[in-house]
Ligand binder design. Structure first.
Ligand code: NAP
Length: 293
């Protein structure tokens, strides 16, 4: 361990991701005071009640200059406004980071708002989560053994990057680094596409002419497959819009594969259907085995 310690953490957006980060750092004993900021009083009061944050504010401007680290964990479309607000406060001695699921446009937003020479912005994305949101969903072990990807930019000085890396490490994460464009392309296939497919499937059944009967007959497999369709629509709307180019490319690729399967089934080509499914099964089984090792 690096012996990392910060006196004050400001979490803007105390939900699943921000609340869990706060809890993990508190459990690790690497943070003094944790201040929460957000829009709804109810969520922030609950955060204090649960011991996730020590106190809260609805206007974080005054807290910026007093915080060693500012962790932005709101839905991604809100980030630009938040960075703008931070940039109007006394931010130069703080390290600013975020946990958004899209990185390229967040980095562009930081470059628009923070001074050209500022070396204290480090973008990151924890590859951990679940479909529940708000501070009630936060848990101190969310990041245990899970990957967090840091996507450094020209505003990420060495000292700031080390601090964010060490905090994620203290939160339980395995930390790696990646270029933001590569990150956005890869997660559009591995994370964003599955969420959209789950939303698409449930939306299709909800609009089905015999929708109620379909849901009535749905078994565990349906709910396993569509668990992530219960995720927050605002969060996924924001991700879809901010990573639209990669997401549209992956959706088109996926539709192509569905068209291949559709035509194999329509033609009654059993061998082709079986091969199609074998590729999927073998690949899933292999990667699941690899993960568990
Ligand atoms: P969440 O549970 O909904 O938490 C977001 C929090 O942000 C809410 O508590 C909300 O509090 C606050 N908020 C929303 N809009 C705001 C605004 N304009 N200004 C200030 N606060 C605002 O969402 P989450 O799952 O933690 O996701 C947070 C971020 O992490 C997103 O950018 C997401 O892309 C990223 N992420 C999510 C996951 C996942 O699986 N969920 C995984 C990795 C990364 P109020 O009630 O006060 O508005």
């Amino acid at each position: 361990m690096s012996g990392v310690h910060i006196d004050r953490l400001l979490v803007i957006g105390v939900g699943l991701i921000g609340g869990s980060f706060a809890m993990a750092l508190r459990n690790a004993g690497v943070v003094g005071e944790i201040v929460g900021a957000g829009r709804s009083l109810e969520n922030l009061e609950r955060g204090v009640e649960l011991g996730v944050i020590d106190r809260y504010t609805l206007d974080f401007s005054d807290e910026v200059g007093k915080s060693d680290v500012i962790f932005v964990s709101t839905p991604v479309l809100a980030t630009d406004f938040i960075f703008q607000k931070i940039s109007l406060a006394n931010y130069h001695n703080s390290v600013i980071t975020d946990a958004g699921s899209v990185k390229g446009s967040i980095i562009q937003s930081a470059e628009r708002h923070f001074d050209w020479g500022f070396q204290g912005f480090v973008a990151a994305h924890p590859i951990a989560g679940r479909e529940n949101s708000g501070v009630n969903a936060a848990t101190g072990d969310l990041y245990d053994g899970k990957r967090t990807i840091i996507t450094p930019s020209r505003q990420s000085g060495e000292e700031a990057t080390d601090l964010i890396r060490n905090l994620w490490f203290a939160a339980g994460s395995v930390v790696t680094e990646m270029n933001a464009d590569t990150h956005d392309q890869l997660v559009s296939a591995s994370s964003h596409l599955p969420h959209l497919v789950a939303f698409g499937l449930v939306n299709y059944i909800a609009n089905h002419s015999r929708s109620a009967e379909c849901f009535d007959l749905a078994a565990a497999g349906f709910y396993d497959f569509t668990r992530i369709a219960s995720s927050d629509p605002i969060m996924w709307r924001d991700i879809s819009l901010l990573n639209s180019e990669s997401i549209v490319r992956e959706l088109m690729g996926y539709i192509d594969r569905l068209e291949v399967l559709t035509s194999q089934i329509a033609q009654g080509d059993g061998a082709a259907v079986e091969d199609f499914m074998k590729v999927a099964k073998t690949s899933r089984d292999h990667h699941l085995r690899k993960r568990s090792q």
